[in-house]
Design a protein around this ligand. Sequence first.
Ligand code: SAH
Length: 371
Amino acid sequence: MPANTLNASAAPSKLNLIGLEQQALAEFFEGLGEKSYRARQIMGWLYRRGVVKFQDMTDISLRVRRQLDLVATLDLPRVIRKEESSDGTRKWLLDVGSGQAVESVFIPEPNRNTLCISSQAGCVLDCSFCATGQQGFNRNLSAAEILGQVMIVKRDMGPDVALSNIVFMGMGEPLANYRNVVPVAKLLVDDHAFGLSRRRVTISTAGLVPQLTRLGEDCNVALAVSLHAPNDSLRDELVPINKRHPIKELLDACWCYAEQLASRQVTFEYVMLRDVNDSPEHARQLIKLLRDRPAKVNLIPFNPFPGARYECSTASVITDFCERLRSSGIVATIRRTRGDDIAAACGQLAGQVRDRTRVRLGDKTFRSVRL
Ligand code: SAH
């Protein structure tokens, strides 16, 4: 069962039912001496209808609703602030207790609406070009705190706005919080809960290979991998987890994952850093790694943040890099920057910190990033 009681507002003795998978919910009801079908009933209320009060779940008897109030909660993170970008992108800052806040970003597009959710308060991976990493790590979010982001945004956007795609591309490394992320991903694709297609739920990872291999067996949603460099010496610098799981090991795991996905490709994210990883030679090395593989590449223009030590590649360099990939037969796209005026673009999510450095490895000085 995922650690669901971390939300500070929940009484410690009560179990927060948000984020529990059907099986865990069924066991909970059996423990109360109730029928296990109540699990599906509750899931319908919570995730399909957005009802988060036991009293309002009218097809459950009053007696059971009262009992639920005594032993369980339906706690969502508290919204601290909402911001809207001039391009329609919206950002929620959510309180997850102990002075920690995380962010979720809603990105409307003509044919889809994507919600980008966070899985950790901070991140331990320390990728050199990412604002979240610079903030240090505080803790894993509970399943309720992760799924709560989807519920809050769905509620706030109202019934006329459908969330068609969910991406685990906010703060944190989702596979480092495997035990809470996987139940959430399962609920997102569960027909009794959110019922999204597996192709529309994407987990993005910097390359935690053992968890990636497990994920293929547990819940094969769409996969994005933050590659960012075409050789180990450069990747060691940009994405330090590469020292533990170098490119070959990572790509082998990706090809296995793709096989389980049947006809689906792995997306490789590649942040465009001026004069760092954007030369024709880098493109050539990348082509060598990915050509004739079930891979597509998403080039991400680097989004700056206070204190960043990189610049974004020029538009013409990005286009040229993309064309080189395409002319070798690799499907490549350039990610359009969204929400940068409210610091909601990729890698700009810093949340709000009191002190994440306490649990940071090393002794980098704490720096507060203003939103
Ligand atoms: N930990 C996961 C999710 C991170 S965020 C992962 O590494 O995949 C999603 C994407 O944004 C990742 O590809 C990440 O590398 C990228 N990113 C981080 N900082 C960025 C920045 N400043 N500009 C552009 N993309 C960035």
